[in-house]
Structure formats: C-alpha cells, structure tokens
Write a protein that binds this ligand. Structure first.
Ligand SMILES: NC(=O)c1ccc[n+]([C@@H]2O[C@H](COP(=O)([O-])OP(=O)(O)OC[C@H]3O[C@@H](n4cnc5c(N)ncnc54)[C@H](OP(=O)(O)O)[C@@H]3O)[C@@H](O)[C@H]2O)c1
Length: 324
C-alpha cells in the first residue's frame, strides 16, 4: 500500500480506501461486509468511508460492527461519516441539512452506529442553501474542540463555498475544512482538475475522491446495455442510471467502450486501470473504492500495481481514447 497525506495535514491515508455507499446494508450483508473490510485492512487500507444517509444509517451499523468484530486497533484506522441528507426516509427539517443542531445530532448518531469515540473525518455531504456557512463552520469547530471529530471537510461544495468557509474560519479563528470529497473518474474530471485547481496550494486541501469506476460504467459491464445484476439496474436507482449513462450526446457509454477496448489491448482489467488513472493525480489523497463482492475489491486493489506498470505513452493513449 502507498500512503498519502490528506492535503497539508499530517494525516496519512492509504491511497486506496473503501466505502459503503449502495452496498453495505443493502446488497452486501454483514458477513460479506466483514470479509471485505478484513481483506482491505490486510491489504493496508486504513480509511473506511461512510455517511448517515447510506441505507439510512444501516451502512454505519454494519461497518461499525464489522470493525469491532475484527478488533481493528483504533489508532490504526480512520473512519468517516457525512451529514446533510438525514438518516430517515422522510426527514423533518431538523433531521437533515447543515444546521448546528443536525450537524451535532448526526455526529452523535454516527459515533454510536460506528461504535467509535471520535470520527477521524466528518464531511458536509452537500452545501446547504438554508444554513449560513458560518453556522456550519462554528458547529464543526465545536466538534473538533470537543475531540469528537479530528478533521472536517466538504463534499461537492463549489470552490467559492469552500473559500467562504476558509475565510470565516480565518476571521473567527475556527478550524477550517481540511478536505473535500468530490466525484473523480475518467468521465468526470473538471471539478477536481479545473475548478479546485487553485485550492490545493491556497488551503492545502486534501481530497478523498468517489466513484472511480463511475458506478461500474468503466468496468465495461454496461457496454451492451444496463444488465440486471449491476448497480445501475437496482430498484430505486433509476436516477443514478440517468446520471451515469447521461444523454446520448455525452457519449459516455461509447467512451467507456473505447476505454475497455484499450484496457484489453494493454492486457489489463478495466477496473484497476480506471482506478490507477485517478491515482496519477497528485491532488488525490485517496481513491475510495466501492465493491459489492470480495472478488471486485480484490481486483480493484490491484490498481497500485497497474500504476507502477504503465509508462507515459500508455497513459497518453488512454487520455486520447477517452477524451470527451
Ligand atoms: N460524497 C459523495 O457524495 C459520494 C458519492 C458516491 C460515493 N461516495 C463514496 O465513495 C465510495 C466509492 O464510490 P462508488 O461505490 O460509487 O465507486 P465505484 O468504484 O465507481 O462503483 C463501485 C461499484 O461498481 C461495481 N464494481 C466495483 N468493482 C468492480 C469490478 N472490479 N468489476 C465489476 N464491477 C465492479 C460494484 O457495483 P455492482 O456490482 O452492483 O455493479 C460496486 O459497488 C462509496 O462507497 C462512498 O463511500 C461518496
């Protein structure tokens, strides 16, 4: 495993980490979740990502129980939660968003479900137009001061919103956000590479990036249409299918086909190649993997080996093949 600093902080996360979205508490039962966390840990993974919203809190329960069962040393791993969407099906106004009340309540709930005394990373899962950024920065700072959160950050905030949070923190002497959690993959790269470009040096911002396989599209499993067993065909995920496949003019399936054809030419499995591509960006602190089966996770963990194997010419071919 390779370890990378979370931006300019002293926290070293494994370059490959493991998250629970869609899988834990849904398709992935307790036994499989435990098996995958054990495999990831044995491979050197030290960061496990979660959120209040994943399976309405059940993903955190499953992860917390697995980590406790496996007796992982608390000082050896990092675990996260995210607040915003709420952990119930129809949240009331105080059960969602980034108000001081919900940020604090959600933190306490995550600590209980994950069975830990503190969260290593705590994210604002989206910006909240109904809460002043200052209120959220103050709430996060309070949790940091109380030792309930070590590093706080944002997920899919605009560069302007992140800047605003830093400005408030500096002015009021509060803990600023350390990291952002954006989507990043071969088909979705503008925010990480362009919009956030000035923020890395300006704030020492770290990134924990999500959906390196574009929810499986880059494995080639949807090259001939949405098959029944994949994530995009799951009940209740029509919105995700529309988002991932996009409109025909975006040519996302066509680009995925070209990518998987090139992977085959290079003699590589598409999934670790797509993940290795994310790892090439030095502003990526950790690439968060998702898997619905242990075999997928094992394949994806090969990404670091792929990164070492390929030369610049191969990466150039890949960029050309997948260009928008
Ligand atoms: N902050 C946010 O808003 C946000 C959003 C999304 C995710 N996340 C975090 O990022 C983590 C990773 O994101 P993601 O799960 O979307 O990652 P991803 O790698 O893009 O998608 C993972 C899914 O792709 C399929 N897959 C994975 N490896 C495969 C392989 N080798 N061969 C074939 N299929 C494979 C599996 O689904 P099927 O087998 O069901 O097809 C798996 O669940 C999440 O778990 C979560 O912690 C954060």
């Amino acid at each position: 495993m390779q370890y990378r600093r979370l931006g300019s902080s002293g926290l070293q996360l494994s370059a490959l980490s493991f998250g629970a979205w869609v899988t834990f508490g849904n398709k992935v039962g307790r036994g499989a979740a435990r098996e995958m966390i054990a495999a990831a840990w044995d491979h050197g993974v030290n960061f496990f990502d979660n959120a209040e919203a994943y399976a309405n809190g059940e993903a955190e329960r499953v992860m917390g129980d697995a980590i406790a069962d496996l007796r992982l040393p608390r000082d050896g791993f990092c675990v996260s939660s995210k607040v915003f969407f709420g952990a119930v099906r129809e949240p009331r106004p105080t059960q969602k968003g980034l108000s001081r009340k919900h940020v604090v309540d959600a933190c306490h709930d995550a600590l209980r479900r994950l069975r830990v005394d503190y969260l290593d990373l705590y994210f604002c899962h989206r910006p909240d137009p109904d809460t002043p950024i200052e209120e959220t920065v103050r709430a996060m700072d309070g949790l940091v001061q109380q030792g309930k959160v070590l590093y706080w950050g944002t997920s899919e905030w605009s560069a302007a919103q992140i800047r605003e949070a830093h400005k408030i923190a500096r002015l009021r002497n509060l803990q600023p956000p350390t990291m952002e959690q954006p989507q990043y993959n071969l088909l979705h790269r503008e925010r990480v590479e362009l919009e956030y470009a000035p923020l890395y040096a300006e704030f020492g911002m770290g990134t924990t990036v999500w959906s390196p396989l574009a929810s499986g599209l880059l494995t080639g499993k949807y090259n001939n249409g949405v098959r029944s067993e994949g994530r995009l065909a799951q009940d209740g995920y029509g919105w995700l299918q529309r988002m991932v496949i996009g409109e025909s003019k975006e040519r996302r399936i066509e680009r995925a086909r070209k990518f998987t054809a090139l992977a085959r030419e290079l003699g590589l499995a598409p999934a670790p190649l797509a993940i290795a591509w994310c790892l090439r960006n030095p502003h990526v602190s950790t690439v968060m993997l998702g898997a619905s089966r242990a075999e997928q996770l094992a394949e994806n963990l090969e990404a670091l080996a792929v990164l070492e194997r390929l030369d610049d010419a191969a990466w150039k071919r890949l960029e050309a093949a997948t260009a928008a």
